[in-house]
Write a protein that binds this ligand. Structure first.
Ligand SMILES: Nc1nc2c(ncn2[C@@H]2O[C@H](COP(=O)(O)OP(=O)(O)O)[C@@H](O)[C@H]2O)c(=O)[nH]1
Ligand SMILES: [Mg+2]
Ligand SMILES: [Zn+2]
Length: 358
């Protein structure tokens, strides 16, 4: 297998130069579980360990390699074990706030092109939850997509789809059934060859079932090593990467029990684009949209342009993000954002150069 199939691109090739040393080779982290890593590369999948130096660095900044990361490795001379020396700069990353009281970012996975929010048309259906995942997705730098699964269980799924589309402004929403296969062609087209998608969403929505269905029954691992339960069913214990028969790459995640936002306010400009647009008409530029005179958002709420649940979720998420920003060293977050902007710019330049060079 060539590493292009794993999503290698000119962006990573150029940053790999920084880690070049004798015998160094690139591979992708296909599974990260605490301190245990599986990598996928030219020779398939194998286990890898971090060098002492890298582990110390990770410990110091709380930033460990995650599924989807590209790594620079060498072989240990005697044992031939795969050693991770460094992690290449991430092109995108999906993060949430670490569960608990403290202020820390938890990166869920990295270098994905699409964040696929999987919901379901069952009793769990709730557009408010989709809105929370959307804010995380927008903050990741990747393109969000909403997939509503189990359309076989609800006769009124078209109405629920329309309502979800309303909540997810500017984002594609697909209605599918992993059970019957309805609507899966459209989903397959989104996960293009060499592109990486991550499935996120509450447990039980059908992420793993969808993945199994897309991969034609038995999930094809990124290499030889693959775990299955005794029933032969693939269950998600951790974040892991799978290559679909069409060449698309999927990272499946276990359901996140708690989705604490990790985002800055600009992400709300995407996940609540409609409200943010209306808010330009407010009399005060720092309007809180809760009690000010001349508030365009409250007027839109009054006349039904904006749905109450959508509005309330916006206010709630904004409060959470402001709290997060107060907790944080705001500058730190901004610096981080700047860094990612620079990396994005660098990447576009590299890709442009790559095209011109050929
Ligand atoms: N009726 C129906 N059930 C489904 C569908 N997709 C998944 N399920 C069921 O939903 C349950 C949870 O699925 P699972 O893939 O484990 O969800 P995950 O936690 O998101 O990975 C399982 O019992 C599946 O059989 C679907 O399209 N229709
Ligand atoms: Mg699962
Ligand atoms: Zn207002």
């Amino acid at each position: 297998m060539t590493i292009d199939r794993l999503g290698w691109s000119p962006f990573f090739r150029d940053s790999f130069e920084l880690f070049k040393r004798d015998g160094a080779y690139p591979a992708r982290i296909s599974r990260a579980y605490y301190n245990s890593f599986t990598i996928a590369g030219e020779n398939g999948e194998e286990n890898a360990v971090l060098t002492g130096k890298l582990r110390a660095e990770c410990e110091a900044n709380g930033d460990y390699p995650v599924t989807g990361d590209w790594a620079a490795l060498t072989r240990e001379q005697n044992t031939h074990a795969a050693l991770v020396h460094g992690i290449l700069p991430r092109r995108t990353k999906l993060s949430r706030k670490s569960p608990g009281k403290g202020f820390a970012e938890q990166v869920i996975c990295a270098n994905m092109d699409t964040v696929i929010i999987v919901g379901a048309f069952d009793l769990e259906w709730n557009p408010r939850r989709v809105e929370r995942y959307l804010t995380l997705a927008w903050n990741s730098g990747a393109e969000p997509l909403v997939v509503l699964n189990k359309r076989d269980v609800r006769g009124d799924w078209e109405a629920l789809l329309a309502e979800t589309e309303c909540a997810a402004t500017g984002v594609n929403v697909l209605a599918v059934s992993a059970e019957t296969g309805d609507g899966l062609d459209a989903l397959e087209r989104v996960i293009a060859p060499g592109k990486t998608a991550v499935f996120i969403g509450s447990s039980g929505g059908g992420k793993t079932t969808l993945l199994n269905r897309l991969s034609g029954g038995a999930a094809m691992a990124t290499g030889e090593v693959h775990t299955k339960t005794s029933q032969g069913r693939h269950t998600t214990s951790t974040r892991e990467m799978t290559i679909l028969p069409n060449g698309g790459i999927v990272i499946d995640t276990p359901g996140l029990r708690e989705i604490e936002l990790w985002a800055d306010e600009s992400a709300l400009g995407n996940s609540f684009a409609d409200i943010v647009e209306i808010a330009r008409g407010c009399r005060f530029s720092d309007c809180s949209h809760t009690n000010e005179p001349g508030c365009a958002v409250m007027a839109a709420l009054e006349d039904g342009t904006v749905k109450r649940g959508h509005y309330e979720n916006y206010i709630k998420q904004r409060r959470e993000i402001r709290y997060l920003e107060r907790l944080s060293d705001t500058n730190l977050m901004r610096e981080d954002k700047e860094k990612w902007k620079k990396i994005g710019k660098l990447q576009r330049e590299i890709e442009k150069r790559g095209k011109e060079g050929r």
